[in-house]
Design a protein around this ligand. Structure first.
Ligand SMILES: [Zn+2]
Length: 217
């Protein structure tokens, strides 16, 4: 075999190997979190609950950059005066207040018809009263059970071959294996791959014990 041909072959092989590596990026790290009941608060409601101009303080940073569990909590009051105390506020503040409960929480509060919604989709949802150290707010609507969802950035979405608004499946292996269907894909430049489920879902699949978790199209 003439040496020029060998060099050409080697060049082709090198190019194919390089392209293969480039075409198969490493799997992104999948973090699955159980979100305990919590609320997001608007500027207006934070003023009413904690006093004008009050700013949230950080209790614990969350996995998503810039998001945090605040030190501040409120008391949530249901339709028959049942209470959930120490409902934690998650920061930063949002344009609209929203309370996220697991079904177990909602039923204990006396709210039997809390709909499953994506964050921010609040029209027609039930309300509740919120009590803070400086005042009470009547939340006319905004109580939801958050739909299980997967945050990801555009590169991670490309890895899975999905787009914003698509649905995926989350398979949790182990002694209580569960496959969650309809895991809504939320694509945002600023987020890291992160599935959010509530505490009912986490307890159903034994999330705290789970070693094998897979997100699939
Ligand atoms: Zn989320």
């Amino acid at each position: 075999m003439p040496s020029i041909a060998r060099a050409a072959v080697e060049e082709i092989v090198r190019r194919i190997v390089t392209e293969r590596f480039a075409a198969v990026p490493a799997a992104p790290t999948l973090v699955v979190d159980a979100s305990a009941r919590h609320m997001h608060v608007s500027r207006e409601h934070l003023d009413q609950l904690f006093g004008p101009g009050y700013e949230l303080t950080v209790h614990r940073p969350l996995y998503q950059p810039g998001h945090f569990a605040a030190r501040e909590t409120v008391t949530l009051i249901g339709p028959r005066s049942r209470l959930i105390s120490n409902l934690r506020i998650l920061g930063p503040i949002r344009s609209r207040s929203q309370v996220e409960l697991a079904f177990t929480d909602a039923i204990s509060l006396g709210l039997e018809n809390v709909p499953i919604r994506l964050s921010g989709d609040l029209d027609g949802t039930p309300g509740a009263f919120l009590m803070g150290p400086r005042g009470i707010v009547e939340l006319k609507e905004g109580v939801i059970r958050a739909a299980i969802h997967a945050h990801m950035n555009p590169a991670e979405a490309a890895y899975y071959g999905v787009q914003h608004g698509d649905e995926m499946k989350l398979r949790v292996a182990g002694l209580a294996p569960v496959t969650f269907e309809r895991v809504r894909v939320r694509v945002d430049k600023t987020t890291l791959l992160n599935v959010h489920m509530d505490t009912d879902e986490a307890n159903a699949c034994g999330l705290h014990l789970a070693k094998e978790i897979e997100l699939v199209k």
